[in-house]
Design a protein around this ligand. Sequence first.
Ligand code: ADP
Ligand code: MG
Length: 696
Amino acid sequence: MNEIKSLFGSMVFNEEVMRERLPKDVYLALKKTMAQGTHLKLEVANPVANAMKNWALEKGATHYTHWFQPMTGITAEKHDSFISLNGDGKALTEFSGRELVRGEPDASSLPSGGLRATFEARGYTAWDPTSYAFIKDRTLCIPTAFCSYSGQALDKKTPLLRSMEALDTQAKRILKLFGNKGVKRVFSTVGSEQEYFLIDREMWLKRLDLICCGRTLFGARPPKGQEMDDHYFGAIKPRVSAFMKELDEELWKLGVPAKTEHNETAPGQHELAPIYETTNIATDHNQITMELMKSIATKHGLACLLHEKPFEGVNGSGKHNNWSLSTDKGTNLLEPGDTPYDNLQFLLLLVAVIKAVDDYQDLLRASVASAGNDHRLGGNEAPPAVISIFLGEELTEILEAIENGCMYHSKEKTDMQIGASVLPHFPKDVTDRNRTSPFAFTGNKFEFRMLGSASSIAEPNIVLNTIVAESLSGFADILEVSKNFDKDLTDIIRNTIREHKRIIFNGNNYSGQWAKEAERRGLLNLSTTVDAIPYFIHPKNIALFEKHGVFTETELHSRYEIMLENYCKTIYIEAITLLDMVNKGVIPSVIKYQNELAGLICRKKEIGNLPSVLEENLLSRISALSQSLDKWIYELERSVKTAKTNGNLLEAARYYCDTILKKMRQLRIVVDELEANIGVEYWAYPTYADMLYSVN
Ligand code: ADP
Ligand code: MG
């Protein structure tokens, strides 16, 4: 425990370090900036930069970087050293307030979706003082937002911070109505559970598909998959355990509160859950977590796979985004309260989320859309592509009672009249956790489970914050001018339940019946990324984001383009990688094995016409398969050649989705069939069993 204490945050320029190292007035000014999200003045920035530099140099840092999250989904850094030369050529270390607050990366090759033509490549980065600077690889990393000179967001942090502001504004209007005047800030909190696979690095190096695409593009199913459920929470293997230990320690040093590490459903699959934090910090920390998982795995001779579906037929990886609302006083606003009034406030916030999720199913789905996640959503493991909310039996019954204005019979057998007066005290988790629901209330927070394991958590949280802000703003508009608060409040709660109860579903989300039922209820079912992304530029959604100052219409269009472009590029790379592996590895294996069989058959004939039924059958099966192989290689090659790379992006994406992916799947079926029929030592690539059971 003491070890954790001394490690935790030791590489972070945090509160404690600031208090220790900054002049009192500077410290207080910085704190104020952090608490209120206001602008940092240069006279404050200069001493902060100096203290930061000295602290970083003492910790062995030589460089600094403005660490930011461009729209590629990974983090970007451009390192500058602290060194500058004075007049006589002597080296000085320098780092000014100006350099701290603002950087100008020549980021011309980062995607901007037309926001910033490459010839005017300069955007600028601005320190987000609400997120602490930290040292990673001898580099002082300053978390920053990245904007164009005209103020358009070129990253994920800027809109996330804006969405938090929108939520703060609207939530405070509501709290004020309930008499909570002392609250200075309301923000969302997030704990994101991260799933991943670990395989042996030697195996990884032999699979070009894992290296280039993050997932296997073919591979016959292993004889033993996850059917036995023996991996989940099973004993952790020594190599994995050593990896987890180092990962935890490195994360703690950077102030990332890694909490639980355990095995997941599939062989080789694991999960890390952190303690929750303010959303923008949690987002930074999830990026750091993914980055460290990869680099630490390499040190242990392992490869960390963050892709949503590295192995077909084996459980995929996601992220569970646990989301709640908190005040600066530390009160969780989604915790049912003790007094009737607290409970009414809770109910109002609860129905605000229900309304938000129902009204903006499209945006929530679009916020988790990626080529990788398409393999998972809709498969028989992860939540389906249809959004619905799990509330649990008891809370659902309470809402039904409110809707119908009748008595609620609580589990403790007491009858209660609910409405403006009382809400029964209901225990958390009275029903079984529903693991199939995409959006579940888990007692004092919501768990959004559709996120892909490889994506940034920024988008889904931008959407969640904004859509809940929108519900709250509508409620506040009515209640602020209400002449009969209690009645109007009860009406809002009741009407919202009535209008949006279609989104509540407590059953099994994987069942075929639910798909039909959801359709009957009129819920959206956007099964692919290409179906989902256009909703980002739907007029209703543009109006929402503009109203709350989260995205301008131009920014939304640019993001729409970048997402489609990413999608096309991802599938293009997959298609040419698949063709490359088939041409250079699969075909030679097939030829070699056939050659061996044919030779044996001939020799047997020569020796004295010995029977060779087995060899002949096998040879003709493989010959037939190699004919299909040839056909699908040709088909895929032709489609890749005719794929449009310019012009209408949506059409191009549709083509990749409908034509190229389908042909890749066809080709894969043949390759998998061949793999199952060809001797292991002839096969050019590690098999699923080789990879999944490669770590001991
Ligand atoms: P379990 O799901 O096993 O019951 P917990 O409920 O404690 O575990 O937490 C699961 C995840 O939810 C953790 O990452 C945790 O930090 C996060 N979490 C817990 N409370 C909140 C909250 N108020 N806001 C956001 N995330 C939370
Ligand atoms: Mg969970």
